[in-house]
Write a protein that binds this ligand. Structure first.
Ligand SMILES: Cc1cc2nc3c(=O)[nH]c(=O)nc-3n(C[C@H](O)[C@H](O)[C@H](O)COP(=O)(O)O)c2cc1C
Length: 183
């Protein structure tokens, strides 16, 4: 079985990000994929302070909080699905804290062969997602993750993502693409 880790960066557990993620999850081939959901607002994640502790010793982050649990989930996954609402053209601060804490993976091969998907709801839709899409793509390249897909959705109130037919169709297309992946 291949593992899909959904990393949700919205404080709204039943919000648009979660809707996109659950819709994708429901369409994954359950014979081949097992999924886990991580809601980042349940975790204490301190900000990276560039202490450089990860540059010596065993090259891991020395900050003690709940990032270590997230690291375990990331390490165990084959596909990482990052879902975050757009807050001021960028991911939420919580998601950004987690992304910064992925710094110890840079330069290593721990994430090589894993795949990255991003799910981005935004009040005005795709137009406000461009910076975030570009950031995730560059980050994937830096971390040797294979970037395999993006779904954006025009969604503001909780539930709007479900009504966005274009986004729902894009999710189905993405699920079909993932279901065809031979890992
Ligand atoms: C602080 C804040 C900033 C936001 N900035 C943007 C923005 O720049 N562009 C946009 O389209 N939507 C913006 N939104 C709207 C959210 O992206 C939108 O409501 C989204 O559907 C929330 O997803 P969720 O239900 O998963 O939390 C912002 C919302 C908040 C709370």
């Amino acid at each position: 079985m291949q593992k899909v880790e959904f990393i949700i960066g919205s404080p709204r557990k039943r919000g648009n990000t979660a809707i996109l993620a659950e819709t994708l999850n429901k369409q994954l081939d359950k014979e081949r994929f097992t999924s886990n959901f991580t809601f980042l607002y349940d975790f204490e994640i301190k900000a990276c302070t560039d202490c450089r502790g990860c540059k010596s010793g065993n090259l891991t982050c020395i900050v003690e909080d709940e990032m270590q649990e997230l690291n375990k989930r990331i390490d165990a996954a084959d596909i990482l699905v990052f879902g975050t609402p757009i807050y001021w053209f960028t991911p939420t601060a919580k998601m950004k804290s987690v992304l910064d804490r992925l710094r110890p993976y840079y330069g290593g091969d721990k994430l090589a062969n894993k795949k990255m998907v991003i799910l981005l709801p935004a009040g005005v839709g795709e137009k406000d997602c461009d910076l975030t899409i570009e950031m995730f793509k560059r980050m994937a390249r830096s971390l040797k993750l294979e970037f395999i897909g993006t779904v954006t959705s025009k969604a503001y109130d909780i539930g709007d993502a479900k009504k966005d037919k274009k986004a729902m169709a894009a999710i189905t297309e993405l699920a079909n693409q993932i279901n065809k992946i031979i890992l």
